[in-house]
Ligand binder design. Structure first.
Ligand code: GDP
Ligand code: IMO
Ligand code: MG
Length: 426
């Protein structure tokens, strides 16, 4: 029986997941998002076009692939409708190629308002949320108050919506907060009407049946492992399990159905929003990485904080996810940097330690770095043709992390991708 392969980010998000899901999609029958929601911004570039997807899986541009929004996702009907409308010029026959889990939780307008109110109230402890309503929606899911996408076809949907909205309004009344709910509700009900036109299914059956029929499934992660609600830099995290285990609960597949786990990381590191970032650069080199790497958020446009690759953190996330193959992104950004650094160890009281502390910014740790020199540009199209300097960089990382680097990305376009052999086990 076929397996579910998982592709996920190993850092603080924006590793380039969208690009690689789009690149690998032709090798799969099904592409399924398993967590997160419109906080994600997944960029795909091909044929001179750039697309940013937030909730729609990144397999959508390929003919013959079924894209699934899984039960672990929190879906905002309003942003979903916008995304669908933006895709209209591409004639993708979305109603045939996209299905939604009836158990995916629904983001309603007051969830977004609560997200904002909570962030404002946190003051300088704010998480730097994307303000898309993610936290409050997962909160309601756990509190067993949430609405699910399948509820749009229940006769009492409007009443249940009002009940949840009124509960939110009572909370919002405690905050100094005003918003135009009337307009938001108009957009919301229009969008709900559009969602009703899609297939809303128990997608856990669909995915498991696909496996029985020998079809291949790629699970697309959002965010990154260091933003995982259990293992990330809590409380500066998102509200879902972004690690591989999240694909099991977020799609309804058993752990023994998981095949490859592709772990994506940038050749350096970025973070958007607040929270600790041990290898962050506060000087001109950070600025240089941001400029060359065009490091601005795909969802919010915020500048991303930049720093060097953090190997203890990478070892941690490779362990948490059971990564079988590593994919290194944005190697081109480093090619002309005079001195590239990699943090290979954390030191506590001058002793090496490989265990990440409970709080990454507790002040008890220092980092040890090795240095590399940029390898210059390359026109290589095969792994073996990559410049010697880049090979050394790859080999060094492989020697410190227990998984092979089987894909290197050298630019945002679909074609700027180099694989070591055929990485997808069929
Ligand atoms: P995701 O959230 O993991 O899908 O990543 P984002 O789309 O938020 O951010 C990745 C950014 O890097 C996007 O602007 C991509 O177009 C771009 N990108 C992806 N891979 C590469 C690469 O290898 N080199 C360069 N220079 N840019 C890349
Ligand atoms: P993709 O899928 C980068 C960050 C936010 C904030 C924290 C919590 O594109 O990699 P939330 O809105 O989830 O409550 O925000 O998580 N964050 C991301 N950072 N990429 C993402 O998604 C992110 N999704 C959330 O900046 O620090
Ligand atoms: Mg992104």
């Amino acid at each position: 029986m076929a397996a579910v392969d998982i592709l996920l980010g190993l850092q603080w998000g924006d590793e380039g997941k969208g690009k690689i899901v789009d690149f690998l999609a032709p090798k799969y029958d099904v592409v399924a998002r398993f967590q997160g929601g419109p906080n994600a911004g997944h960029t795909l570039e091909f044929d001179g076009h750039k697309h940013v997807l937030h909730q729609i899986p990144s397999g959508i541009f390929h003919e013959g692939i079924l894209n699934v929004i899984g039960n672990g996702v929190v879906l905002d009907p309003i942003t979903f409708k916008k995304e669908i409308e933006e895709l209209a010029p591409f004639n993708l026959d979305l109603k045939r190629h996209l299905v939604i889990s009836n158990k995916a939780q629904m983001i309603i307008p007051t969830h977004r308002m609560l997200d904002k109110a909570y962030e404002i109230a946190k003051g300088d402890k704010k998480i730097g949320s994307t303000l898309r309503g993610i936290g409050p929606t997962y909160q309601d899911k756990a509190a067993r108050k949430g609405l699910r996408i399948g509820d749009v076809n229940e006769p009492d949907f409007d009443d249940r919506y009002k009940q949840l909205r009124d509960f939110h309004l009572e909370i919002l009344a405690r905050y100094d907060f005003e918003a135009d709910l009337e307009e938001e509700e108009r957009l919301f009900f229009e969008a709900v009407e559009m969602i009703r036109e899609f297939d809303i299914l128990s997608t856990e059956y669909l995915i498991n049946q696909a496996l029985v029929e020998g079809k291949s499934v790629l699970a697309e992660g959002a965010q990154g492992s260091l933003l995982d609600v259990d293992f990330g830099s809590y409380p500066y995290v998102t509200s879902s399990n972004t690690i591989a285990a999240g694909a099991c609960t977020g799609l309804g597949v058993a752990p023994n159905k998981i095949g490859e786990v592709y772990g994506i990381f940038k050749a350096y590191c970025t973070r958007v929003g607040s929270g600790p970032f041990p290898t962050e650069l506060h000087d001109a080199s950070g600025e240089e990485l941001r400029k060359i790497g065009n490091e601005f958020g795909a969802t919010t446009g915020r500048p991303r904080r930049c720093g060097w690759l953090d190997l203890p953190a990478l070892r941690y996330t490779v362990m948490l996810n059971g990564v079988t193959q590593l994919f290194m992104m944005k190697a081109d950004v480093l090619e002309d940097i005079d001195e590239i650094k990699i943090a290979h160890s954390y030191l506590k009281n001058n002793e090496l330690t490989d265990e990440l502390p409970l709080y990454l910014d507790n002040g008890e740790f220092s980092l040890s770095f090795d240095s590399f020199k940029g390898w210059g540009g390359t026109k290589a199209t095969e792994f073996d043709q990559l410049p010697e300097g880049l090979h050394s960089y790859i080999k060094y990382i492989e020697s410190k992390v227990s998984a092979p680097i089987n894909l290197v990305s050298l630019g945002p376009d679909r074609t700027q991708t180099i694989m070591k052999g055929d990485i997808v086990a069929q």
